[in-house]
Design a binder for this molecule. Structure first.
Ligand SMILES: N[C@@H](CCC(=O)N[C@@H](CS)C(=O)NCC(=O)O)C(=O)O
Length: 209
């Protein structure tokens, strides 16, 4: 049994989608980051950087924070969506680090400027819009000729999808990135992705792409 501490954001959804795909039982504990619940001392004990997501694995007593670390932990625990073979793992690590260091942080800032504060800082708007397009270009080239980011469906696709689901906030037209669009539609049709996307907000819908 996994205790999942999460909120309705891209990083949180990575983990609920992974738990659904891996068929792991879990209990959801919503941490309302709009109400500063991420700063509660009990939460800081498992997530010292005061961010969701975090988990506690009740089977092992292990707590894990940072979504990339959680995905690797769950992949290792289940043997699912995280290949054990060394060469395949190198590819997974490369693209997981790309997601964690580029897609998440830069698209997150694109949301801040282009969605929440559009027009207030034109220089930043232009910079983050260009960076978003560059990242979508990288993903589009990666997906050329393959269904998923590292060949077979993996934790890397799960890490990236919830960020791409906010393409409208990033002022991205998916028609400009046909391989991303095809992949996005395939991901959005998966029952586990649909179910995981609705945690903890049961009314959340994946945007049509
Ligand atoms: N690198 C972290 C980033 C987590 C993150 O930024 N979480 C956001 C929501 S998506 C959060 O908890 N924000 C609350 C805050 O910054 O106080 C991860 O991937 O787990």
């Amino acid at each position: 049994m996994i205790d999942l501490y999460t909120w309705s954001t891209p990083n949180g959804r990575k983990i609920s989608i992974a738990l659904e795909e891996m068929g792991l039982a879990y209990t959801t504990h919503p941490i309302n980051i709009g109400k500063d619940e991420q700063f509660a001392p009990a939460f800081l004990k498992i997530s010292p950087n005061n961010k969701i997501p975090a988990i506690i694995d009740r089977d092992s007593g292990q707590s894990v924070f940072e979504s990339g670390a959680i995905l690797m932990y769950l992949g290792e625990k289940t043997g699912k969506l995280y290949p054990a073979e060394a060469k395949a793992r190198i590819r997974i690590h490369e693209w997981l680090m790309w997601q964690m260091s580029a897609v998440g942080p830069f698209l997150g800032r694109a949301h801040y400027f282009l969605h929440y504060n559009e027009g207030k800082a034109p220089f930043a708007d232009a910079w983050f819009a260009a960076e978003a397009k560059r990242l979508y270009g990288v993903l589009d080239r990666l997906l050329d000729g393959q269904d998923f980011m590292c060949g077979d469906y993996s934790i890397v696709d799960i890490a990236t999808f919830p960020w791409i689901a906010r393409f409208a906030w990033q002022k991205i037209d998916l028609n400009d990135f046909p391989n991303v669009r095809r992949w996005y539609q395939a991901m959005a049709a998966r029952p586990a992705v649909i179910k995981g996307y609705r945690v903890p907000d049961a009314s959340a819908e994946i945007p049509a792409g």
